[in-house]
Design a binder for this molecule. Structure first.
Ligand code: DCP
Ligand code: MG
Ligand code: MG
Length: 524
């Protein structure tokens, strides 16, 4: 934490210090943070768009995506009829009787499309961070710097809206964000032309502001926030619930202190906040209320677990359990094989029907995966599934006495404790792979989902995952250095991702003999 911020509870003063760019910044870190250009891209009515791509006949109809009794999202045609996200199906149909409903419980297509978007963005810039299924942050500072060197400021203009401005001329001070807005438009165009999806973008100096400003104009539009409009954007928020990063528990505690609005938190004594939350959290939440957010865009590593599940009305015989579990295991082991890592733990989850608590009564048992089974999974052998089915049934019998009648409504199979094939205790790769991505910011969607290994534009001898786990500033520094040495950062072709990733992992394993971290990351 910056010592010069300590005790600084003045909203205008602290915001000002964040906004000052080169002049007046006391450290390089502050300078580099305030000059970042961050994009936030949020796809429009995501699940509905995926369904409209799958079935174009739905495009011009009001469409609602239904999970149980809720409309989790709806297309913009339905929104014009007064249907909203998270409305009950009953209310939605009342508002719009011609509403077409599509079941959205199976996330497979949404998940696949979601990772395609992230992968596409990563082919332009390695610093991409996912948030949920339909959002990505990008730190495009490097791209902006490069373009600025080649562009004359007088040739620049803002693409899309500028928050609270009808039009805005580009000058020295806002040129970075103007270039960011051009890049954002290019990214949205790339997503549209490659995948057929539209989305909104926010362009700002940090993640919080980029996310907040992105929704100003919807759908399929973008908005740039100039630093001096930060206060206006923050005070437009209707409550602390609108500040990403301030969660439910924190909000409850703040409420107990009498703090409900963003303004309340901005003006509250930092010393009193520190007493309640500790220094780190107190400063962080007060900063967030002021629109200050130093957090880096952190590319996610691979998931910590892969799982698959299905819910149904009723399964009540052992045969049905076996059949359903086998189906789930078949698709899960295939995904695990593609992932390339080896799972060491297996978990089975069931949900029993109960009248009082229909959706939340899950129960799990887990066990280690024997070595011979683990190897079968990684090499893609068909013998893996029967062996796992044996394990599953043992776990199942631990949870349920099958001599009694039972009524299941869900089965979930999960691999966790995933370890890279190339990792050995002594290698630096294993050191990094054990440092799993933080789960604190993960949504439940992310935690239950799987995704393929992300692909970074890093040199062939660098393990993309190890790279992804480095702090953002180290990543940026290495990338700059690699770029200066030789043009190694080719944009991978859409089809070469898997092959190059495998190759990268192998070469990285070779390189891992080396003890010096810099040698490890520098191309030979
Ligand atoms: N979603 C969900 N349950 C929720 C919230 C969201 O299943 N409680 C799913 C459905 C959405 C997707 O996540 O399509 C993305 O959520 P968004 O809030 O970004 O909503 P949309 O993308 O659907 O709409 P918008 O155009 O407003 O971004
Ligand atoms: Mg969205
Ligand atoms: Mg979203």
């Amino acid at each position: 934490m910056d010592t010069d911020e300590e005790g600084d509870n003045d909203w205008d003063r602290s915001l000002e210090s964040d906004m000052l760019e080169t002049e007046g910044s006391s450290t390089d870190r502050v300078t580099s943070i305030s000059q970042r250009v961050i994009l936030h891209i949020d796809l429009d009515c995501f699940y509905a768009q995926v369904e409209m791509i799958r079935n174009p006949a739905l495009r011009n109809k009001p469409l609602g995506i239904q999970q149980k009794y809720l409309i989790v999202t709806c297309n913009y045609v339905a929104r014009e009829h007064g249907v909203n996200k998270l409305m009950s199906v009953t209310d939605a149909v009342e508002k719009c009787p011609q509403l077409v409903l599509v079941k959205g419980e199976d996330l497979t297509h949404y998940r696949e499309m979601s990772y395609k978007v992230t992968e596409l963005l990563m082919s332009y810039c390695p610093l991409v961070e996912r948030l949920g299924f339909d959002e990505n942050f990008m730190d495009v500072t490097e791209m902006v710097e490069r373009r600025l060197k080649e562009t004359c400021i007088s040739d620049l203009s803002f693409n899309g809206h500028v928050y609270k401005h009808e039009s805005m001329a580009v000058d020295e001070e806002n040129a970075r964000l103007a270039v960011g807005s051009v890049i954002a438009a290019e990214m949205r165009q790339a997503i549209f032309s490659t995948l057929g999806l539209t989305g909104c973008a926010g362009i700002a100096n940090n993640k919080l502001l980029a996310k907040l400003v992105a929704g100003t104009f919807k759908p399929n539009q973008q908005t740039t926030l100039l630093p001096y409009s930060t206060a206006e954007l923050m005070s437009s928020l209707t409550g602390l619930i609108k500040v990403p990063g301030i969660g439910y528990k924190t909000r409850e505690k703040l409420k107990a202190l009498g703090l409900v609005s963003v303004r309340d938190l901005q003006l509250y004594s930092l010393a009193d906040l520190v007493r309640e939350f500790g220094e780190v959290t107190a400063k962080r939440i007060q900063n967030l209320a002021c629109g200050i957010d130093d957090s880096p865009v952190t590319p996610a590593g691979p998931p910590q677990s892969l799982s698959d599940e299905d819910s149904f009305k009723k399964i009540s015989t052992l045969e049905e359990v076996q059949k359903k579990t086998e189906e789930l295991l078949t698709s899960l082991t295939e995904r695990m094989h593609k992932d390339g890592r080896r799972p060491h733990t297996f978990r089975l989850t069931i949900r029993q029907y109960t009248v009082t608590n229909r959706w939340f009564s899950r129960e799990s048992r887990q066990c280690p995966i024997p070595n011979h089974t683990g190897l079968k999974i990684t090499c893609g052998s068909s013998e893996a599934v029967p062996q796992l089915l044996g394990l599953s049934m043992k776990l199942f019998h631990k949870m349920l006495d099958t001599r009694e009648p039972f009524h299941l409504t869900l089965l979930n199979v999960c691999f966790s404790n995933l370890q890279a094939k190339s990792s050995s205790k002594s290698s630096i790769a294993s050191f990094f792979t054990q440092k799993c991505p933080t789960t604190t910011q993960m949504t439940s969607q992310q935690q239950v989902s799987m995704y393929d290994f992300p692909y970074f534009n890093v040199p062939a001898n660098v393990d993309p995952y190890v790279f992804s786990q480095l702090p953002a500033d180290v990543q940026r520094e290495l990338l700059t250095e690699w770029r200066q040495q030789k043009p190694v950062l080719k944009i991978p072709s859409k089809h070469s991702h898997k092959t190059s990733s495998t190759r990268d992992k192998k070469s990285a394993a070779k390189g891992s003999q080396c003890n010096n971290i810099l040698k490890y990351f520098k191309p030979n």
